[in-house]
Design a protein around this ligand. Structure first.
Ligand code: MG
Length: 380
């Protein structure tokens, strides 16, 4: 029992009128494609496939940031692209197919669609009623007729399917071209259903759509606070590195990397606010490539993860805990370095120090510890 999502991102985006395809443009600082990938990942979808335009794998990879997805090259039509994606999800029992141009996807809707299929639905999609009168008009604008609006619904994506039925419908559809995957199943006599759609799932089609969607999504942000703790043992040496600043000392700090406890605690605080594990998971101490590494690399990595998630670092606060070296004379330099790497103004960065009144391992100067808090605001 596993779920897979196929995100169709193979369009050239000509209608939205810009030089790069719409799925790679930024929406609130995050590539359009990454929004959908993040929603599927948050919903626990095991396999995510991105179908990109032929020859555009690099562009798709860059738009994913740190998200994991299988990249598949698309075809000439949307139907060809879906077929290519289906080839990569043979093991799933529930398959969702989604258009990358609908980035306003929420994990709750994904979970709801999966649940409907697990309860026995063959094909289910979000849909919205059509509130406007529907008219036909010729190119001059002359109205030539009216369409019956009763029962009319706008189908959105993702559309969720029992995998066996979907594979069978596509196999039976031969070379037919469809604009919608519900139609493929319906063409084979399968029952298809709609559940309540979401206005935020609007498709980016025209240039002004992205701005409208940004307004709809930008209000939905939450503040997350992460904390981090780190400690390193003193050993032989003539300096310590704390918050990116080298401080002369009669001992050094022992660690696999440069043992910058201040920034290690800060990286863990940032990862905590993002819900993305801890520094050891991202930079395993067992991996020789991090031996002696400058912790600035770890901090840059956390900042990149925040950017990819559409998060903004609001404020960070670091407390160094030691008897010696004295932190006070170096505090301003540490603040400045940290602010520089995070791209924040100084008033958003705090570095403090305390002792343990000579109690415990820190009081005996066996080592040095740090604690950090990071406040981020990020998409809900
Ligand atoms: Mg450490």
């Amino acid at each position: 029992m596993s779920t897979a999502a196929i995100i169709v991102a193979a369009g050239r985006g000509a209608r939205a009128g810009a030089d790069i395809p719409k799925q790679y443009r930024l929406l609130l600082g995050r590539p359009v494609l990454a929004w959908s990938v993040a929603a599927f990942a948050e919903a626990g979808v095991e396999t995510i496939v991105v179908v990109h335009p032929p020859g555009a794998a690099e562009q798709a990879r860059a738009a994913l940031g740190d998200h994991n997805a299988i990249l598949v090259e698309g075809g000439a039509t949307r139907t060809d692209s879906v077929r290519a994606g289906l080839g990569a999800v043979q093991d799933a029992d529930v398959i969702l197919i989604h258009d990358a141009a609908r980035p306003g996807l929420k994990a709750t809707l994904v979970r709801d669609l999966i649940a409907r299929v697990r309860q026995g639905a063959v094909a289910v999609a979000p849909g919205l009623p059509v509130p406007d009168t529907l008219l036909r008009a010729d190119e001059s604008g002359r109205v030539t007729g009216e369409l019956d609006r009763a029962g009319a619904m706008r189908a959105q994506t993702p559309q969720a399917f029992a995998a066996a039925a979907l594979h069978a419908a596509y196999a039976a559809a031969a070379d037919a071209i469809f604009t919608d995957d519900l139609a493929v199943v319906r063409a084979q006599g399968g029952e298809t259903r709609l559940i309540a759609g979401d206005p935020r799932l609007m498709k980016i089609t025209y240039p002004e759509d992205a701005a409208m969607l940004e307004r709809m999504l930008s209000g939905e942000r939450i503040v997350c606070v992460g904390n981090g703790v780190d400690a390193h043992r003193f050993g032989p040496g003539d300096h310590v590195t704390l918050c990116g600043v080298q401080i002369p000392h009669d001992r050094g700090l022992v660690g696999h990397s440069d043992a910058d406890a201040g920034w290690h605690a800060l990286v863990d605080a940032l990862l905590g606010a993002l819900g993305q594990g801890d520094i050891g998971a991202h930079f395993p101490p067992s991996d020789p490539q991090w031996k002696g590494a400058d912790s600035e690399r770890f901090l840059h990595h956390a900042v990149n993860l925040a950017t990819t998630a559409g998060a903004r670092i609001v404020h960070v606060d670091i407390t160094l805990i030691c008897e010696r070296p004295k932190i006070g004379p170096h505090r301003d330099a540490m603040r400045a370095r940290t602010a520089e790497v995070l791209g924040l103004s100084l008033d958003r960065v705090s570095v403090k120090a305390t002792t343990t009144e000579r109690m415990g391992f820190l009081g005996r100067e066996e080592g040095l510890a740090a604690q950090a808090t990071a406040t981020l605001d990020r998409p809900a």
